[in-house]
Every structure is written in structure tokens, then in C-alpha cells.
Write a protein that binds this ligand. Structure first.
Ligand code: UDP
Ligand code: MG
Length: 314
């Protein structure tokens, strides 16, 4: 088979039919399979997926999660079932025009030296300035502290050759930060620009708080430098305190005992207390991640699947 399309879906009832129609039209001349993952949607997404499966059982496959496990788990489950020459991940909300799939396939066909294509979001005109600024800060920070390279705007809208998919599936970590994983596995990546379209129906699951959580998660997952930063800050303060102690001792011997100011004392205590709590917090984040990974829980649980061999239609 030439192409597998992996499509994570969370509350996308209004987009299933249109996306299926667009994909079917675009991939008319291609040997393909669509792997839809219903990530515990609370609306009628699964019913809609079942409808398109019944209409088009040759091309449609559905993995139905037992609850919401998140987009990264959905992507992982789709990739584990992919077996085509190329596999592409595309959002289920029609923001990424399927016409780009043909460009990507064409590019890989003609450029054997490239192993994966990452689509880079062209700035959405109406994107809020604060959002843009925060994203810019995130990329420059994570690139400074992580050995993995993160290209600004590179999305999960990617096409891989089969061996890249196999490598990605080898990373069995539970807490998955897909963007980092796609970059960590290496390979020769081509970055292609595209214009993000408006969501066809429904609303985005990634509000500003979720985006913060996502960014924080990415930093903890792909760098241990925050731990080192905490150590360095601690060392600097300890050294400062030691020098200050010597100064105070000398002053005491020369000019007699002096009672330092209340305000400076309180601010120092609060500052040091704050830094200590922050350092413990950073440590805690890594311990928590280690604890969760140690349990070796599955990345997702599927209630049933449609279109695969051991079919179990509910
Ligand atoms: N998604 C998912 N599970 C989630 C959240 C989102 O599978 O818990 C899917 C969603 O259905 C969509 C894609 O991930 O196909 C991107 O989500 P969204 O459009 O909300 O994000 P945005 O485009 O705003 O970054
Ligand atoms: Mg979207």
C-alpha cells in the first residue's frame, strides 16, 4: 500500500463526513487506508466514524479508545497500525488541506534522500500577538536547553517513510511529546510551509492553559537541564552567602556587632525560600514523570476497532 493517513479525532462530529469526502476525492488515484482514532469523544464522533466505515470499508479503519488519552496517544496508536510505504498524520478538523498530501508524496517520491516531511505552519494572520510571543519564547528556550532540535512552527502534520514510523514506534514512553519524538529519532527532514485553514466545525482543545501545560511537558520530557539550572542557582547563592558571611565576620571584628536591617533579612529569607521551593518543584516534576513511566501502563486502551482483522463492532 502507498499511503496510510492517521487522523486523531476528539469531538469532531461535525468534521468526519467532510474530511472523509475531501480525503477520498484527493486520494482517488492512490492506494491508501485512513486510520481514524476516536480519542474518547463525548459527542457523536464514533457514530459518524462508524457510518463512514460502513459506507467505505475498503479505506476506513477506526480505533475507538475507551476514554480520552490525548492527541499524542492517538497518533501513537495510529502509527502502530500503519504499514504503508508512506504514513501521514493529519488533524481531524480540516485545518490542514488534504491537497498537501499529494505535494508531500510527490516530494518523497522525487527526493529519496529525505525520510520525513514536517509541515510548517505559516503564521495565521489573526494569531494573537501574546500567543506568538509566547510560542517564540518557548522555541528559543527549548532549543537552548534541549539536545533535540525544535523547528518553530513545525507541526504534527507530517509524512514519514515506513522505517521512520518503525523507529517512532520503538519509543515506548508513556508520556509522549510527539513533536520531540519525531525530531529525536533523527532522519533527514524536509520542512515545507503551508497555510493553516480555519477549523470547519467545533472548537480547539488547546486553550492557553493547555498550551502552557503542553510546553512545560515538552521541556521536562526533552531536557534535564532545568535540574542543572536549579543546582547552579543553589551554588551561586551558597557562594554569595559564604562571601557575605566573611564580610560580616570582618565587619563584626572591626566595628563590633551590628544588627542588620529587618527588611533585607525578610526579603532574603523569602527569596531563598522561594528558590528552594522552586528547585524542589522542578525535582518533583522529574520524579513524578519517572514514577508514571515506571508503572509501564499502556499508552492507550482501545474499546474496539473497525476494519482491522479482529473486528469487534459495538
Ligand atoms: N485531538 C485528539 N485528542 C485530544 C485533543 C485533540 O485526538 O485530546 C485531536 C483533534 O480532534 C484534532 C487534533 O487533535 O484532530 C488537533 O486538535 P485541535 O484542533 O483541538 O488543536 P489545534 O489545531 O488548535 O492546535
Ligand atoms: Mg485544530
Amino acid at each position: 500500500m502507498k499511503l496510510n493517513v492517521v487522523i486523531p479525532m476528539y469531538n469532531e462530529e461535525g468534521n468526519v463526513e467532510l474530511l472523509h469526502k475531501l480525503l477520498t476525492k484527493t486520494l482517488d488515484d492512490v492506494d491508501y487506508e485512513l486510520i481514524f482514532i476516536n480519542d474518547g469523544s463525548k459527542d457523536k464522533t464514533y457514530q459518524k466514524l462508524k457510518d463512514i466505515y460502513e459506507k467505505d470499508p475498503i479505506h476506513v479503519r477506526v480505533i475507538n479508545f475507551s476514554r480520552n488519552f490525548g492527541k499524542d496517544a492517538a497518533i501513537h496508536s495510529g502509527l502502530t497500525y500503519a504499514n504503508a510505504e508512506y504514513t501521514v498524520i493529519i488533524d481531524g478538523d480540516c485545518q490542514q488541506n488534504p491537497k498537501h498530501l499529494l505535494d508531500m508524496m510527490n516530494f518523497l517520491d522525487n527526493n529519496p534522500e529525505y525520510d520525513q516531511i514536517a509541515m510548517v505552519n505559516k503564521t495565521r494572520n489573526k494569531e494573537n500577538i501574546i500567543n506568538k510571543l509566547l510560542k517564540g519564547m518557548f522555541y528559543s528556550f527549548i532549543n537552548k536547553i534541549s539536545d533535540t532540535n525544535f523547528v518553530k512552527g513545525a507541526s504534527d502534520f507530517r509524512m514519514f517513510r515506513s522505517y521512520v514510523v518503525e523507529s517512532i514506534c520503538l519509543l515506548a514512553e508513556n508520556n509522549r511529546f510527539s513533536k520531540g519524538i519525531f525530531s529525536w529519532v533523527g532522519f533527514n527532514t524536509y520542512y515545507m510551509e503551508y497555510l493553516v485553514e480555519k477549523r470547519n466545525s467545533g472548537k480547539s482543545s488547546f486553550n492557553i492553559i493547555n498550551q502552557f501545560k503542553y510546553a512545560f511537558n515538552g521541556i521536562i520530557n526533552f531536557s534535564i537541564k532545568p535540574l542543572r539550572i536549579a543546582t547552579v542557582i543553589g551554588l551561586i547563592f551558597a557562594l554569595g552567602a559564604f562571601i557575605y558571611l566573611i564580610i560580616i565576620l570582618i565587619q563584626t571584628f572591626i566595628t563590633g556587632i551590628e544588627v542588620p536591617g529587618y527588611a533585607s533579612l525578610i526579603s532574603l529569607i523569602l527569596l531563598l525560600g522561594g528558590i528552594q521551593l522552586m528547585a524542589i518543584g522542578i525535582l518533583g516534576e522529574y520524579i513524578a514523570k519517572t514514577y508514571l513511566e515506571c508503572k509501564k501502563r499502556p499508552i492507550y486502551v482501545a474499546k474496539n476497532k473497525l476494519g482491522f482483522n479482529k473486528e469487534n463492532i459495538l
